[in-house]
Design a protein around this ligand. Structure first.
Ligand code: FEO
Length: 171
């Protein structure tokens, strides 16, 4: 496969893997704070990011390239508040979106239309993930330090997942 595209996809493997590690650490912190619904959401989100990484590994290898498995990234262990978690999550996803958009650009420049087609799935996924993170963050800003509000928020997060439907599930 095209060497430049292979390099960009391998860098994307690292970013998806870092996302998985970051959300795993956020899940663990939430669990220790007693936010079990949010922890459950973030554990699932972490697993999904690993799936995003695996999809790239398989695609590169199937196309005759060599997928490179990155070193383990060690995220922060403490996040201060739910609002800080989702602010960090949104910022992280915005960086991932930028990176995906760069791959789209490179595919067009290199005339690699099959990778362009493959990467469209990530373009859609990023739209959903950013919209969801913004929605959650808006809710948390409204709740502020209200303990009752945070309790209800955490309960709703138990059933949330990363899909277009989720936006309706987080009330
Ligand atoms: Fe796979 Fe959230 O980026």
């Amino acid at each position: 496969m095209n060497k430049n595209i292979e390099k960009l996809l391998n860098e994307q493997i690292e970013k998806e893997y870092s996302s998985s590690q970051l959300y795993l650490s956020m899940a663990s912190w939430s669990e220790n704070q007693g936010f079990n619904g949010t922890a459950s959401f973030l554990y699932k989100h972490s697993d999904e990011e690993r799936e995003h990484m695996l999809k790239l590994v398989k695609f590169i290898n199937e196309r005759g390239g060599v997928a490179v498995i990155p070193a383990i990234y060690k995220p922060d262990v403490s996040f201060d508040s739910m609002e800080k978690i989702f602010k960090a999550l949104l910022e992280h996803e915005m960086l991932v979106t930028e990176s995906i958009n760069n791959i789209v650009d490179a595919c067009l420049k290199e005339k690699d239309y099959s990778t362009h087609n493959f990467i469209q799935w990530y373009v859609s996924e990023q739209l959903e993930e950013e919209a969801l993170a913004r929605h959650i963050l808006d809710k948390l800003r409204l709740i502020g330090n209200d303990k009752g509000g945070l309790y209800l928020f955490d309960r709703d997060m138990e059933n949330a997942s990363i899909s277009a439907d989720t936006i309706n599930n987080v009330q």
